[in-house]
Design a protein around this ligand. Sequence first.
Ligand SMILES: NC(=O)c1ccc[n+]([C@@H]2O[C@H](COP(=O)([O-])OP(=O)(O)OC[C@H]3O[C@@H](n4cnc5c(N)ncnc54)[C@H](O)[C@@H]3O)[C@@H](O)[C@H]2O)c1
Ligand SMILES: [Zn+2]
Length: 356
Amino acid sequence: MSTVTVPLGERSYDVVVGAGARHELARLVAATVPGARLAAVVTQSAIGVEVDPGVPVVRCEVADGEGAKSLTTVEDLCRRFAEAGLSRGDVVVAVGGGVVTDLAGFAAATYHRGVAYVNVATSLLAQVDAAVGGKTGVNLPEGKNLVGAFWQPAAVVCDTDVLVTLPEREWRSGRGEMAKYAFLGHAVAEGEVPEPLELLGLALDEQVARCVAVKAAVVAADEREGGRRAVLNYGHTLAHALEAVGFEDRGGRSGGLRHGEAVAVGLVFAAELAHRLGRVDARRVEEHRQVVVAFGLPTTLPGGVEPANLVELMRRDKKAHHDLTFVLDGPRGVELVHGVGPDAVLATLEAMERTS
Ligand SMILES: NC(=O)c1ccc[n+]([C@@H]2O[C@H](COP(=O)([O-])OP(=O)(O)OC[C@H]3O[C@@H](n4cnc5c(N)ncnc54)[C@H](O)[C@@H]3O)[C@@H](O)[C@H]2O)c1
Ligand SMILES: [Zn+2]
């Protein structure tokens, strides 16, 4: 078991990673929310991960899927908190993937103008990404994550044992984010930056801890996303465009891409674009492919997507401020690059291999 600290001054907290880490929950709650007399455990019926926060529990189930990440669910949760008598000094415990941690975190941020919460991340994506960093929120019909708050957890638990029940598709989605972190090693280390391929050779709990350490370093440098934190969107500009044209997987049934799979394609695209712009050499592009392939993820654009349409969607990406902005690799590592020429973007997309 290992502990990664997210160093944020008085909002600092520990992320405990490893097999059986969920059994640390009571200790973490006692240490970080010592006044808690009641815990509201927010989870989903399919998850089935039992936790003991060391204080009496009121269990609050939310529905599965992105549709549950709504203001309506937040109202339901807060009403259940109130009915149960959850007070300012008590604690919310999120037990689930990113949908649950985003929802429970946002409910905790607003209930009584802010109560403590602890994330027990049960999906790989939540362990390496969603549960760490304090971004909480819900969707509106007008767009994803449009309403939210920065509200840091008091602690995070990433128990790799609970991943045994995670569906294969969700593993793939989490591995897409892991592939992203393989290229962000410069965020944690100056000089001796770990090679991207090194991540592949580590045991799962070490891989998760490495990814969390990268996220912690980036968040510590830019808690409220003023700039540096944008590197966490590596591979995401194309991924969001692919999701917008309907290639996202809805409910695991279609042949579409799960978020992390879209990120994987986005990483290969970003490397190709950086190469075309003279920022990285062909060897670095090959490294991107190797990591993505080794994680069992796609490198090709879905057949049927129109490159010009993707360029237009990427222009509207929320990071872009109406020009084409990408997170790109280069001599200083991965960074935000504004004002990329549309011709280079289009040519890169057109040169990419297609899935038939
Ligand atoms: N706040 C952030 O910084 C941040 C970062 C990345 C993603 N997100 C958000 O995270 C969400 C995606 O998270 P996700 O990929 O974890 O999806 P998710 O929460 O929907 O979980 C995926 C599926 O796996 C199930 N599941 C979770 N743990 C399980 C387990 N141990 N065993 C069996 N089934 C399990 C869930 O019930 C769900 O059906 C999105 O809403 C995204 O916006 C937030
Ligand atoms: Zn992502």
